[in-house]
Design a protein around this ligand. Structure first.
Ligand code: TXA
Ligand code: MG
Length: 338
């Protein structure tokens, strides 16, 4: 049985529920909770057994490492081994927020969390529910997105239940998440280079105080060991899904005659669709924050609509557009019609 704790926004009531969630975590249980990006499935980061339950619930490959969540003021030496001045500066500047920093793995972090790597990914979430839960738990929480492995990430408590009901102990329902796509993941190299392992909710272009030349963006086909989350198939609906270039004209012959096709495009640049295709707008290109926020809910709705094919239009551009397009390409298992 998975228990659902529904927060109301009333401080005393919510605190009582979060104290319950924290006690489940401290006892080694699994708790899904909202962050500002997507819902995470948390367990005590320093407990081998608790973390193993997260892998089992998700059906996650054991070579795919988890992100450790901490309070922004948590001592970095507790999670990283001798964190560099640069790692400290980045954490002090950008936490709490949707930026995950990969650095040397601290001795207390079990190998199961990092899939055996000698680095660990850490972030301090900005969502008040996540930070209060960390405070009440009093320990770092390892948490991947709370979806079945390779499926679309969850942005509501209902998404979590659709995937994991009966497989986890608790879901904290704190309403829909705000950013809607996962954190940006940066690896801080010894020479000061910042390797972008995943474009995300904090686009590197927004880090205007950083020298842009420091960012290195490995090619898309980088080998899986550098950051396993870069696997081409990820965030994917079960319905066959293809991506199309922005504004690309569509032709009826591209889908089998009589098949049901859902087209996810943009309200402010509507594509002319073949007859009988269903338009399922992702929002407006002029408001990419809203597109990111609603992307996974729209993909999940399309997947539940009994379609034969989902066609998703890339939005193009840099910044948040690049992070959105990364998720769309992976949802389509890398199949992009140009
Ligand atoms: O926004 C987020 O980051 C959400 C919320 C819940 O915080 N979490 C999330 O976790 O997206 P997950 O497990 O779905 O994605 C973690 C990503 C994966 O791409 C993984 O490969 C990468 O971080 N990662 C974790 N540890 C790493 C490491 N030591 N080196 C390189 N990449 C790592
Ligand atoms: Mg994930």
């Amino acid at each position: 049985m998975t228990e659902v704790l529904r927060l109301t926004g009333e401080a005393a009531h919510d605190d009582e529920l979060l104290a319950r969630a924290a006690s489940v975590l401290r006892a080694g249980g699994t708790v899904a909770f909202p962050t500002e990006t997507v819902y995470g499935l948390g367990a005590l980061a320093f407990s081998d057994d608790a973390v193993q339950r997260v892998f089992t619930a998700k059906g996650r490959a054991s070579d795919d490492p988890l992100i450790v969540h901490v309070l922004a003021e948590w001592p970095l030496d507790d999670v990283y081994r001798t964190p560099s001045a640069e790692l400290r500066r980045l954490a002090a500047t950008y936490w709490p927020g949707p930026l995950t920093l990969v650095g040397p793995r601290g001795a207390r972090v079990p190998a199961v969390v990092t899939a055996g790597l000698d680095t660990v990914a850490v972030r301090a979430p900005a969502h008040p529910v996540a930070s209060r839960l960390l405070e009440l738990t009093g320990a770092p929480i390892a948490a991947p997105s709370a979806n079945r492995f390779t499926y679309v990430s969850p942005t509501t408590a209902q998404h979590v239940l659709d995937d994991l009901a009966g497989r986890i102990d608790l879901v904290v329902d704190g309403g829909p998440t705000i950013a809607g796509i996962e954190s940006t993941v940066l690896r801080v190299e010894c020479d000061g280079t910042l390797t972008v392992l995943r474009h995300g909710a904090l686009p590197v272009e927004w880090l205007t105080d950083e020298d842009p030349d420091r960012f290195v963006d490995p090619s898309e086909d980088q080998d899986r060991t550098a950051s396993p989350g870069r696997a081409v198939r990820h965030y994917s609906p079960r319905t066959p899904t293809v991506a199309v270039a922005p504004g690309r004209a569509l032709a009826a012959h591209e889908a089998t005659a009589g098949s049901r096709v859902g087209h996810l495009g943009y309200r402010d640049a509507p594509a002319v669709l073949p007859a009988r295709w269903t338009a399922m707008p992702l929002g407006a290109r002029a408001d990419l924050a809203a597109v990111a926020r609603d992307l996974y809910a729209t993909l999940r709705a399309a997947d539940a609509a009994g379609l034969d094919l989902i066609v998703v239009e890339l939005c193009g551009g840099t910044g948040l557009g690049r992070a959105i397009d990364d998720r769309i390409r992976r949802a389509a298992s890398g199949v992009v019609l140009c």
